[in-house]
Design a protein around this ligand. Structure first.
Ligand code: QAP
Ligand code: CO
Length: 167
């Protein structure tokens, strides 16, 4: 299966607010499989549809060591959050940069799974951070938004230079 192209910061399409998924059908499940392939090939631990220029509220994650525990969240909603945790975050849309970001350390999220059934997840530590990072993408938000303006501009300039060389 062919991976999908990942948008890179500062592409304005990453700022799009995604719309709720309306129908969980075979077509959506094919997209989910392509998202998982794209994430595993990258390799990454999380990917939101927004990063593929698909503006639907859908994300995939796998923080397991052996990359054999995919988690698919459709129309995720944050129900509660607690605590605080600072983690060095990266992003497939911000390749090569990792910076500390502070987020809730424990969260509860309701969503639908790929079979259309309801899921309720209580997550902590890296999984909680990763879910919050991916849910941000669905609202057009990136981890670099939590950094200082100077740091964000430095990252933008370096990535734009690399993107020019690639074009
Ligand atoms: C989000 O990010 C995340 O810079 C998922 O060159 C990451 O999978 C949440 C990646 C860390 C919390 C902590 C990044 C791959 C993958 C890069 C990713 C890169 C290659 C990032
Ligand atoms: Co990301």
């Amino acid at each position: 299966m062919v991976p999908l192209e990942i948008l890179e910061f500062p592409d304005p399409r990453l700022r799009t607010t995604a719309k709720p998924v309306k129908e969980i059908d075979g077509k959506l499940n094919k997209l989910i499989d392509r998202m998982l392939v794209t994430m595993y090939e990258a390799p990454g631990i999380g990917l939101a549809a927004t990063q593929l220029n698909i503006h639907q509220r859908l994300l995939v994650l796998d923080i397991s060591e052996h990359k054999d525990s995919p988690l698919v969240l459709i129309n995720p909603v944050l129900v509660s959050e607690e605590g605080e945790l600072e983690t060095a975050e990266g992003c497939l849309s911000v390749p090569g940069f990792y910076e500390p970001v502070s987020r809730a350390s424990q969260i509860q999220v309701d969503a639908l799974g790929r079979d259309g059934g309801p899921i309720s997840i209580e997550a902590e530590d890296l999984l909680a951070v990763c879910i919050q990072h991916e849910m941000d993408h669905l609202d057009g938000k990136l981890f670099v938004d939590y950094l200082s303006t100077a740091k964000r501009q430095m990252i933008r300039k370096k990535l734009q230079k690399l993107q020019r060389l690639q074009a």
